[in-house]
Design a protein around this ligand. Structure first.
Ligand code: AMP
Ligand code: MG
Length: 430
């Protein structure tokens, strides 16, 4: 009897190729919403914002002091009568020649004045004479904030595709914008697969049946999706059965932009995700040469006529590995840029991963892996990186202990002191 012919294993796709295949075809969501500026933090701008005015709108003082004409200050100590008082929010009269104006921070600089002398460089003349000694010679333009020095009328201040931050909300408000045009939130259906999964709160730790574990992926995946600005429908746990998986995918496809699952996407008989996606649509990408995270899948699931206008396009599908660290890492490295693309916030696919920082390893990694590895590490006080001792893809403690990932190329060992590429988790979670 001859041995069955061995089919040679095709090499796995590299992470870079997978990112290109995943991200290049993504078309940003077409829906634009108008939201109050107060509620727009982290949303993605759908249009360029053009300023309809100068910011600041007029020249104003950046000090409490006296507005003067420089030519009137002939020598230090000269006395100028005070001809008006200008507080912030009040209009100014043109400055009478040979006089100065009492002025406060943010108040408009009167026509004719070309500088402000700060209060500390002046001295009031005694008695009731409204005059001051100007003790320092002003330079033209001194302590004056010029109209339009922050923003000029007609300038593009924030661009389409930019993710809004607290500072950009303030800037938009300074243009008078109470509402902002933003991209729709991606609607994501999330479900976990696995008959071993139990929800915290439903079974107490001492009552856990044999083989059961708590569903941890559901918690961090939901939080990660929310941080990315998604509207999440959490569809709970789907049992490890083909029909149940097909039914869940089918229902979710009609009303969502993306279906995100965890688990069930490996090669075992209990892994039903892959055949279910193939039955309902197509599986375009499966397995990546990375560690953790090999069993990553991308595909599409067809929609029913009931999905209305959406029916013409299939729903995106991403299957994450079940192991918690694999799920977490593949979310950060693949799902995050995918969601940015869907919101029009990642025009350059080459920028899918953050720019790494080169830092010295304060550890050894004597055994090279065939796959590109993402090691959970932490910056130490000496400016180097410590590694979490257990790099197993099931050990979620490593992702809490670590503040970053070392991107270690396939086939590479690391010796203490080597410079390695470090991605900060804070950047990947921003
Ligand atoms: P799978 O990809 O379904 O074969 O799962 C791989 C490993 O991850 C198994 O040990 C599962 O028990 C575990 N796992 C799968 N889903 C979850 C989950 N939602 N939370 C915690 N562990 C999980
Ligand atoms: Mg499973």
């Amino acid at each position: 009897m001859s041995a069955p012919a061995q089919t040679p294993r095709a090499p796995l796709m590299s992470l870079d190729d997978a990112l290109t295949a995943l991200l290049v075809p993504v078309v940003p969501l077409a829906v634009v919403e108008s939201v109050p500026t107060f509620e727009a933090d982290r949303r993605v701008l759908a249009q360029d914002l053009v300023s309809a005015l100068h910011v600041p709108p007029q020249d104003n003082s950046s000090m409490d002091g006296y507005a003067v004409r420089c030519t009137d200050v002939t020598a230090p100590g000269v006395v100028l009568p005070v001809s008006q008082r200008i507080a912030a929010g009040h209009a100014a009269e043109p400055l009478r020649p040979g006089t100065c104006a009492r002025i406060f921070t943010g108040a408009p600089v009167p026509e004719g004045a070309d500088a402000v002398v700060m209060q500390e460089d002046t001295q009031e003349v005694g008695g009731n004479i409204h005059g001051v000694h100007i003790n320092a010679m002003p330079r033209p333009g001194q302590w004056v904030r010029r109209a339009g020095e922050d923003v000029t009328r007609g300038a593009v201040v924030l661009s389409r595709g930019q993710r809004l931050t607290p500072a950009s909300l303030g800037l938009a408000a300074s243009l008078g914008l109470a509402q902002l045009p933003v991209m729709a939130r991606p609607r994501v259906a999330l479900f976990s697969t696995g008959d071993e999964l139990v929800m915290p709160g439903e079974v107490a730790p001492q009552d856990m049946p044999p083989g059961a574990i708590y569903n941890s992926n559901r918690f961090f995946l939901r939080a990660l999706l929310q941080r990315m600005g998604c509207e999440v429908s959490d569809l709970g746990i789907v049992p490890d059965r083909r029909e149940a998986t097909v039914a869940a995918l089918k229902t979710a496809a009609d009303h969502h932009d993306l279906i995100l699952t965890s688990g069930g996407v490996s090669v075992g008989e209990e892994d039903h995700i892959k055949p279910a996606v193939q039955q309902l649509g197509s599986l375009n990408l499966w397995q990546i040469a990375m560690k953790p995270g090999k069993p990553f899948a991308y595909g599409t699931v067809g929609r029913d006529a009931g999905a209305g206008a959406l029916a013409a396009q299939p729903c995106h599908f991403i299957g994450l590995p079940g192991n918690p660290v694999s799920s977490f890492v593949t979310f950060l490295l693949l799902v995050r840029p995918f969601l940015l693309r869907l919101q029009g916030a990642l025009p350059d696919v080459a920028a899918a991963l953050p720019r790494p920082v080169q830092l010295p390893a304060h550890f050894d990694l004597p055994r090279a892996d065939r796959r590109r590895e993402f090691l959970r590490v932490r910056r130490n006080a000496a400016g180097g990186l410590d590694i979490f001792p257990n790099q197993s893809s099931g050990v979620l403690t490593s992702a809490v202990w670590g503040d970053g990932l070392v991107d270690n190329p396939a086939g590479s060992t690391i010796a203490h002191g080597d410079l390695v590429a470090y991605f900060s988790l804070a950047e990947l979670l921003a």
